[in-house]
Ligand binder design. Structure first.
Ligand SMILES: [Zn+2]
Length: 275
């Protein structure tokens, strides 16, 4: 069994075939999916939870979990009502994580100060609800400023909670991976790990211990391997896990079992979370 630790199941790109897409994931051995609740902004934060409730319990489906959070470039919309909505969602049993939240200095958008303030507020909400966080961190090319600001913020507002989290779609170097692991975070690799030019990222993955790893699709984006360019879906997480196994020099089964155990440990789930 594999767990896709990050997929945007509420994307409109699945509106025509969401049940079939989830069944394909189950057939490919995906036992659980963490559905990311950011939507196109705080007004859509609840959509991932709604999808969990629609499909959980139906036969032949992966077990679905949800997150809720305000994406870095949505932080200008983060008013008191949005933080209250986030708090309410994190109180729901299916909503096991706060995210994806963080800092994105790569794309044009929200002012960096606004992003940092939005991140801090969400760390406080997540800490009060005892929910691990899912971090999106993307610096400008050739820079590490976003990472440095992120670690400074986490050191002050998050480390002491001991709740940890996930560095989602990890794209940093070994220095950033090491600092993340030190703070109790898991490193989650997505389809970009499989791309021909990603050897530096594979070199980082080779150094991350098995008990610090997760796999994800970030669907509908970042299709791995031979599916690159197509719409991504959780069934494809096996391709990324396969490359991770090769990079680590272990069996695919060992990656599947290890990353599943890690996911269960981070979110304090009982073992065997599949339906
Ligand atoms: Zn994402």
């Amino acid at each position: 069994m594999l767990i896709d630790s990050h997929a945007h199941l509420d994307s409109p790109r699945y509106s025509d075939d969401r049940p079939e897409m989830l069944q394909r994931a189950a057939s490919a051995g995906v036992g659980a999916i963490l559905s990311i609740g950011i939507g196109e902004g705080p007004a859509e934060m609840h959509q991932a939870l709604a999808i969990c409730r629609e499909f959980n319990g139906q036969p032949g489906m992966p077990r679905l979990y949800a997150s809720a959070g305000i994406y870095p470039h949505s932080t200008p919309e983060a008013d008191e009502a949005a933080f209250a909505k986030l708090d309410g969602l994190l109180a729901e049993p299916e909503v096991i994580a706060c995210g994806e939240i963080g800092l994105d200095y790569y794309h044009e958008g929200a002012d960096h100060d606004v992003q940092r303030a939005g991140l801090v507020r969400q760390l406080e909400v997540a800490a009060a609800r005892k929910r691990p966080i899912l971090i999106h961190c993307r610096p400008r090319d050739g820079m590490v400023d976003a990472w440095d600001h992120l670690f400074l913020t986490l050191d002050t507002y998050w480390r002491h909670t001991g709740l940890g989290g996930v560095m989602h779609c990890f794209g940093g170097g070994w220095e950033q991976a090491r600092r993340s692991l030190d703070m109790g975070f898991f490193i989650s690799f997505a389809g970009n790990l499989t791309y021909p030019k990603a050897q530096p990222l594979r070199d980082v993955a080779a150094q991350v211990p098995l008990d610090g790893l997760l796999v994800e699709t970030d669907a509908p984006w970042l299709s791995p391997g031979s599916n690159r360019g197509k719409r991504c879906e959780p069934a494809m997480v096996a391709d990324t896990a396969g490359v991770l196994a090769a990079v680590k020099g272990v069996d695919a089964e060992e990656i599947a079992a290890g990353t599943t155990k890690n996911f269960e440990r981070l979110f304090s789930l009982r073992p065997g979370v599949g339906n």
